[in-house]
Design a protein around this ligand. Structure first.
Ligand SMILES: *Cc1c(COP(=O)(O)O)cnc(C)c1O
Length: 476
């Protein structure tokens, strides 16, 4: 006899589904920014620790109600702040099942379904990204941890080659490891180096060009000055502001000739490989030793999901191995827990499998192509405005814009920040800002649900905000 779910729990699940669908349906109408800030939200949530509990449906309704004003339209069609994917509905639906099933994805005995789904999704990922079929794939929380895993494998292997077992003995007394990394690498790679005892400052930062990609001549010099011994080279596919790629073909060939382990941070840029129209600048990246990328950016899985990919599966497993008598031996099969830091973990393979199944190779290629095309469309439209300038070549989905391009640095900084503020305040689309090459810029990332009409609306909103700020500045 089956025992049905408690009716109150059923009501909570149904309520959550209905509220989720309502949220998505209303997203495009409202402002694309949160209506309340952190401190206002703190007040909304703040309450004494509940002594007695509330009913399931009431809790869910209350959660949705309290959260509402502080939610950002990250899943919407006109959200261009940061490089943030759109949590595609099909991935969300798979994620609901993942939560409902409650599978601990740590090993293939505990959840054969989760383990098998990961194995197949991993194979699909390698094929989509054009990476070596023998590589192993760990499902992480994101690219930060994927970088951590790849660099942990690198650290272990470059020391193993000189007779030092870092996984057992740590780094005390170990031969020093040199790390070469581009000056415009993502901040989380430096974090990963920090977590691994390699230090975020104890690295050689290699000069980059105007687009943030490593300068090949500077790299050659850095290699020449590098002492003999264990060496890790960190390259990048998709610079966070410009979308630029390091020149993989010459750099990886040189690094490997020198015996280095080459790790690539390709959180979003690696997906250029899944799109024939964008694949050229990422050519040669498949010759690296490890790669980090995200599911929750370009593949549109819900948070959180990243992939740590390592060519040498043994080096990968050595770095992340976990053993205990009560844990099953994988007996030669893929052991999910040996590829990531966590033992107990969400079954991220389900949403990955669902999205690749839904979009297919062609759909993913078309999506990446669309994002690139629309980023260029918005950027070109804005750059036509007097006093606005596009600072990068839109090689992927990223545009870097500057306002007050014809006035001094400080005045331009003020104008650029004012335009960003105005765009956010008006809420027709959402863009972010950053400092790039010593100046404030507007950053635009097209990586979610955006279609052509949304791009035009956004371009118009940004151009209008600029004209308003420009006119206001002239009146002063
Ligand atoms: C987003 C990003 C990261 C960090 O990834 P998370 O998924 O946020 O952990 C690392 N590198 C690059 C280039 C990124 O764009």
């Amino acid at each position: 006899m089956t025992t049905p779910l408690d009716p109150a729990a059923t009501a909570a699940l149904q309520r959550a589904a209905a509220l989720s669908i309502d949220f998505r349906n209303q997203l495009d109408d409202g402002p694309q920014r949160p209506r309340a800030d952190y401190h206002e939200m703190l007040q909304r949530f703040d309450a004494p620790l509940p002594g007695t509990g509330a009913s399931p449906a009431a809790v869910i309704a209350q959660l949705a109600d309290r959260a509402a004003p502080g939610l950002t339209a990250m899943t919407g069609r006109r959200f261009f702040g940061w490089v943030i994917g759109g949590s595609h509905p099909v991935g969300v639906a798979a994620d609901w099942l993942t939560s409902a099933w409650g599978q601990n994805a740590g090993n293939h005995l505990a959840s054969p379904a989760a383990a098998a789904c990961e194995t197949v999704a991993a194979r699909w990922l390698l094929e989509l990204l054009g990476l070596p079929p023998e590589a192993s794939v760990g499902f992480t929380t994101g690219a930060t941890m994927a970088n951590f895993v790849g660099l942990a494998a690198a650290r272990g292997e470059v020391l193993r080659r000189v007779g030092w077992d870092a996984d057992a003995r740590g780094l005390f007394g170990a031969p020093p490891i040199q790390v070469l990394i581009g000056d415009d690498a993502h901040t989380t790679v430096f974090s990963a180096l920090q977590y691994l005892g390699l230090g975020h400052e104890r690295v050689t930062r290699v000069a980059t060009g105007a687009d943030g990609a490593i300068d090949a001549a500077a790299f050659e010099q850095a290699l020449l000055h590098c002492p003999e011994g264990p060496l890790i080279v960190v390259l990048q596919a998709g610079q966070i502001n410009t979308g630029a790629f390091d020149p993989f073909l010459p750099l990886i060939a040189r690094a490997r000739a020198r015996g280095a382990w080459v790790h690539v941070d390709g959180a979003f840029g690696l997906w250029a490989r899944a799109c024939p129209a964008h694949a050229a600048p990422a050519e040669g990246v498949q010759a690296a030793d490890s790669w980090a990328t995200d599911g929750h950016k370009w593949l549109q899985t819900p948070y959180d999901c990243g992939y740590a990919i390592v060519r040498d599966a043994q080096a990968h497993e050595r770095a992340m191995s976990v053993h205990a008598s009560y844990l099953p031996d994988s007996a030669g099969d893929r052991n999910p827990a040996s590829l990531v830091p966590e033992l107990s973990r969400r079954a991220r393979g389900f949403a990955t499998w669902a999205l690749i199944s839904h979009l297919g190779r062609d759909g993913i290629a078309a999506m990446v192509e669309r994002h690139g095309r629309l980023a260029r469309r918005i950027a070109d439209r804005i750059a036509r405005e007097r006093g606005a300038a596009l600072l990068n070549e839109v090689v992927l989905n990223q545009a870097v814009l500057r306002f007050g391009a014809d006035v001094g640095t400080e005045a331009g900084d003020r104008l650029t920040r004012a335009v960003i503020d105005r765009v956010q305040r008006e809420g027709r689309c959402f863009v972010g800002g950053a400092q790039w090459r010593g100046r404030w810029v507007m950053r635009l990332s097209v990586i979610g649900a955006t279609e052509e009409a949304d791009a035009d609306l956004a371009a118009e909103a940004i151009a209008a905000a600029w004209r308003a700020e420009r006119d206001a500045a002239l009146e002063d």
